[in-house]
Each structure stands twice: as structure tokens, then as C-alpha cells.
Ligand binder design. Structure first.
Ligand code: PDB
Ligand code: ZN
Length: 536
């Protein structure tokens, strides 16, 4: 029986499906489902070359690459529960007032031409939810309840595919429109204060909302007036930054926000505006925003061992950090997103030099070099000495970059899981490619608590304590939470060890029983199954 060839696109990428004309309908559906890498609950929509939706079956009209079908995946969004009145009631939340507010808003923003299109409806809902958040931080936990926390970071399949690694055009456009809609909203004083503290919980906020919060940081440090930054240029800059962070478990746009928000918090906590010039603060904040741009989830060791394009281009010298910085200046080279476009050439050169220094300092292989230099100048630290200030800026971005454990445990722990996901994915790939595997990335060698205990004791605390020598107030704000985290992981490690002992004891008891039974078995039937480790 002749076979049929169907030309179609998925996410803008051309594909070709071939199947026998008498192929069962389900098999054709499965073929399209796998081409779209769609999950079992995702919904597939196929549009014919005329743009009409058509069902996926062996009777599809054959076509040519010139007139493609278009396959769309609508992800089954099982995370978003409809807000049940009883659930809202249980939370002591008066839904009717929310409805009234929505009607009030409806009247205010109903567009003249008849009823509002669905897309605007959806955006209105998002704007309303965000407005509510901005005006009342105390509902944060309530809203957090409805945002399934495990929803956290996007879980791409292992060995991230190019297709899922970069953001799709649709995703970017939607976030951009929502961001621009929200960016005109007022932010409450409580939220502005909350944004300056290291306890800020990033998991409660969507990407578009995070972009508004980044805009608030530039505004509240008076950078727009001081450096003549036009709001729409800052918005375009932040959108391009959002677009150039990838969908990977750890080094994604939320990580960029965490590092920037910690840097922002440190600037206020240490009252750095008193000792540093505005241009240095602008360098620090913008470096944090850009410091991991276009990270693909594989570290420098991988780049160098696998002899990737980046390692080749940067001669194995901090290939990732050089790339992050180069992408930052690709964005800043374009007028519509160049937040420094109204500055003098000297100012621009100083800022460029500062951002390069800060982003390159985030390469952890340089950790001891930078920390030891900082230690050596600390006793006579001088805020008028440019070298001293440059080193301090490098220390501050390093601290911000690895500061997750300074946050409340329920904020920090998911970040460790995300980082291990990224590390384990890399070591899986290294094993497949026969490349050297870093021990702290090997899923067969790493145990979460013991690895993190080592990291906190030998990397995090020494670094934070050195900075606290210059700013004693940081002891309570970032060192105490890290000591609590150390206790938490130490307890976790003890519990795991007890678990293992119990299991090995019960295992040996079972063995002796088994031996006894098998001795008598020579006369009777088989003995009891040994305990299954998975169910321990
Ligand atoms: C570091 C280098 C590169 C990327 F190694 C991320 F498994 C990090 F034990 N980084 N940032 C935060 C961390 C953290 N590395 C570790 N813990 C962190 O909290 C160590 C841990 C994942 C281990 Cl340092
Ligand atoms: Zn980082």
C-alpha cells in the first residue's frame, strides 16, 4: 500500500511525517504527538494549509512543503486549579469583593468596540491578579497557595532540546505584552520594602511580574533620572534580557532575578549609596541582571572538555562568563535597548569596563584568587581607592550569585534541587560522550545534604564572613540564615544515615531468616521476599 507524506511545521520548525495510507488513526495521532514532543495530556491542534483546524487522521490531504500544515501543542496545564469558592472560603477570602473589584475594573477598562477579545480578557485577569499582589503583600502566601509551588521552574526533559531550550516567539510576545500592561501599575510601599530584603520569595512571581520588579529596582535607585534612562528603553532592555535567558532548571531568568534582587538588597542593607558612586551601583545591578545570559546548562569544564564553540572562541578562558558578557553588550549595542545611550562616551567606557570585570568575576574557578585579594586589602579598605572598590563590586556579585542559602529554607531548597537537576543532566551527557565527569555533579556520587554541607562550610560561610568584616550588619541578614541552613542539612544527613542503618540492619536480619528458611526449605516451599529498598 502506498505511503502518504505530510509536510507540516511545529513551533515554526518544518517537519515531515510519512505513514501508510491505511495506517490506523491512533498511530497517525501518536506520530504527530511525538513529532511535537507533546506529553500524554497535551492537546494537539492541526491546521490545514488554508488555516482551518482539521483532525489528525490517515485521511489527511497530501500537500507540498510550499503549503504546510501547522501543528500546535496546547500544554495540559494541570497545575492551575480553578479557584473553588469553598477553597477561597476556607482561606477566609471574601470572593465577592474580588468580583466587585473586577466589575469595577471592567467598567474602567472596557474597550469601546463591543465586547473585549479573549486575549484582552486573559490579560485583564493577569493584570488584576498582579494589581492585587502589588497592593497587598500579605496575600502573597494566599496567592502562593494557589500557585502550585512544585510548578516552580520549567522541567525540560533531560538533554535539553534546542526547541525547548530557547523561548518561543509566542511565549516572548505574551510575556512582553503582559509586562508592558503591568509596568504602568503602582507598587505598594510594603512591596517596595519587601523587595529590599534577602527574605524575598521569587517563586511567587511570574516572569512578567519579575520584569516589573526589576524595573522598580532601577527606579527606586533613581537610575532613570540620574542616567537619563527612558522608561521604554529600560523596558526593552529588560525584555531582551528575559528573552536571552534559557528554559533550563537553574541558570534561567528566575536565577537572574534572584541574583539581582540579592544585589539590590545588599545595596540597601549596607547603605552602599553613602560610600559608592551611583555609576558603580548601576554597574553592579546591571551586571547581576546580565551575568548568566544565554547559559545553556553546561559549565566551563564541559565547554573545555567537549571543545565547544565557546571554548574555542574564548581559548578556554572563562568561556561561559565571556559569553554572558558578550550577549549583554549585544543587547546594549542596539539603540532601543541601550539603557546607557544618553551617557557620555567616558561614562559608557567606565560602565562597560565595570560590567566586564563583574561578570567575569562570577567564574567560580577564580573564587580563591578573588577572595584572597579581597582578604589582603580588607584591613586597610579605602572607599576612595578604585582597586578596593572594584574588588568589593566583584565580591558583591559573587555573594549574590551563590546566595540562595541565605534565603528562607522554603525558598532556597527548591533552588538546590534545580541546580542538581542541571548538574546531573550535564554529568549524564558527559558519561554518554565519554568526557571527564565532575564528582560533585555525578548523580551516583552526590548526596544532597553532604554536598551542600561541604559547600556551605568551605565556600559560602568563608566568603560571607569576609564581606561581613566590612559590613557587620550582614551577620544577621545573610550569615545567620546560612548557619540555619547548615543545621538543616546536617539534620537531613543524620536522618539519611539512620535510614541507611535501619535498612542495612533489616536487610541482614532478612538474610539470616532467608538462610534459616532455605535450610528448612529443602523439605518445604519458597521463603518470604527480601524487603524492597524502594519502599523503605
Ligand atoms: C556554583 C557554581 C556553579 C553553579 F555542588 C552554581 F552539589 C553554583 F554540592 N552554586 N550556586 C549556588 C551552588 C550553589 N553550588 C552548590 N550549592 C549552592 O547552593 C553546591 C552543590 C550544588 C553541590 Cl558554586
Ligand atoms: Zn549565576
Amino acid at each position: 500500500m502506498a505511503s502518504k507524506i505530510i509536510f507540516f511545521t511545529v513551533n515554526g520548525i518544518p517537519e515531515r511525517a510519512e505513514f501508510p495510507a491505511d495506517c490506523p488513526a491512533q498511530e497517525v495521532k501518536d506520530l504527530f504527538r511525538s513529532a511535537a514532543e507533546a506529553g500524554p495530556h497535551d492537546i494537539l491542534k492541526l491546521y490545514n494549509p488554508k488555516g482551518n483546524i482539521t483532525n489528525i487522521s490517515p485521511h489527511l490531504e497530501p500537500n507540498s512543503p510550499a503549503s504546510c500544515y501547522q501543528l500546535q501543542v496546547v500544554a495540559a496545564d494541570c497545575n492551575r486549579q480553578p479557584l473553588g469558592a469553598e477553597m477561597a472560603g476556607a482561606l477566609g477570602f471574601d470572593l465577592s469583593s474580588m468580583e466587585k473589584r473586577l466589575q469595577g475594573l471592567e467598567k474602567k477598562i472596557l474597550c469601546e468596540a463591543g465586547d473585549t477579545p479573549a486575549a484582552v480578557q486573559d490579560m485583564k485577569k493577569q493584570v488584576e491578579a498582579f494589581r492585587h499582589k502589588l497592593e497587598s503583600v500579605e496575600h502573597l502566601s494566599w496567592l502562593g497557595f494557589f500557585k502550585d509551588l512544585s510548578e516552580g521552574p520549567h522541567q525540560p526533559s533531560p538533554f535539553y532540546h534546542k526547541r525547548t531550550l530557547h523561548k518561543t516567539r509566542e511565549e516572548c510576545e505574551h510575556v512582553r505584552e503582559t509586562f508592558l500592561q503591568m509596568s504602568t501599575l503602582e507598587v505598594s510601599e510594603e512591596l517596595r520594602q519587601y523587595l529590599k530584603t534577602p527574605t524575598f520569595d521569587n517563586w511567587q512571581w511570574e516572569d512578567a511580574e519579575i520584569m516589573v520588579l526589576l524595573q522598580v529596582m532601577y527606579t527606586d535607585l533613581d537610575f532613570l533620572s540620574t542616567f537619563n534612562i527612558e522608561p521604554e528603553v529600560l523596558q526593552q532592555f529588560l525584555f531582551e534580557v528575559y528573552r536571552r535567558y534559557n528554559n533550563i532548571p537553574f541558570h534561567n531568568f528566575k536565577h537572574c532575578f534572584c541574583v539581582t534582587q540579592m544585589m539590590y538588597g545588599l545595596i540597601w542593607l549596607t547603605d552602599l549609596r553613602r560610600n559608592m558612586e551611583n555609576v558603580d551601583l548601576l554597574i553592579m545591578l546591571t551586571s547581576a541582571v546580565c551575568h548568566d545570559l544565554d547559559h545553556a546548562g553546561y559549565n566551563n569544564a564541559y565547554q573545555i572538555n567537549a571543545r565547544t564553540e565557546l571554548a574555542l572562541r574564548y581559548n578556554d578562558i572563562s568561556p561561559l562568563e565571556n559569553h554572558h558578557c558578550a550577549v549583554a553588550f549585544e543587547i546594549l549595542e542596539r539603540g532601543e535597548s541601550n539603557i546607557f545611550r544618553n551617557l557620555s562616551l567616558d561614562q559608557y567606557k567606565r560602565i562597560r569596563e565595570g560590567i566586564i570585570k563583574c561578570i567575569l568575576a562570577t567564574d567560580m574557578t577564580r573564587h580563591n584568587e578573588i577572595l584572597n585579594k579581597f582578604k589582603s586589602i580588607l584591613p586597610a579598605f579605602d572607599f576612595c581607592n578604585k582597586e578596593h572598590k572594584d574588588l568589593l563590586m566583584m565580591i558583591l556579585i559573587k555573594v549574590s550569585d551563590i546566595s540562595n542559602e541565605a534565603r528562607p529554607m522554603e525558598v532556597a531548597e527548591p533552588w538546590l534541587d534545580c541546580l542538581l537537576q542541571e548538574f546531573f543532566n550535564q554529568s549524564d551527557v558527559e558519561k554518554l560522550e565519554g568526557l571527564p565527569v565532575s564528582p560533585f555533579m555525578d548523580r551516583d556520587k552526590v548526596t544532597k545534604p553532604s554536598s551542600q554541607i561541604g559547600f556551605i562550610r568551605f565556600v559560602l560561610l568563608p566568603l560571607f564572613m569576609e564581606l561581613a568584616n566590612l559590613f557587620p550588619c550582614l551577620e544577621q541578614h545573610i550569615i545567620d540564615p546560612v548557619r540555619k541552613a547548615l543545621d538543616y542539612y546536617t539534620e537531613m544527613e543524620k536522618a539519611l544515615d539512620r535510614e541507611k542503618q535501619n535498612w542495612s540492619q533489616s536487610e541482614s536480619v532478612a538474610r539470616t531468616k532467608e538462610a534459616a528458611v532455605s535450610r528448612t526449605n529443602s523439605q518445604t516451599g519458597p521463603g518470604p521476599e527480601p524487603p524492597n529498598p524502594e519502599t523503605q
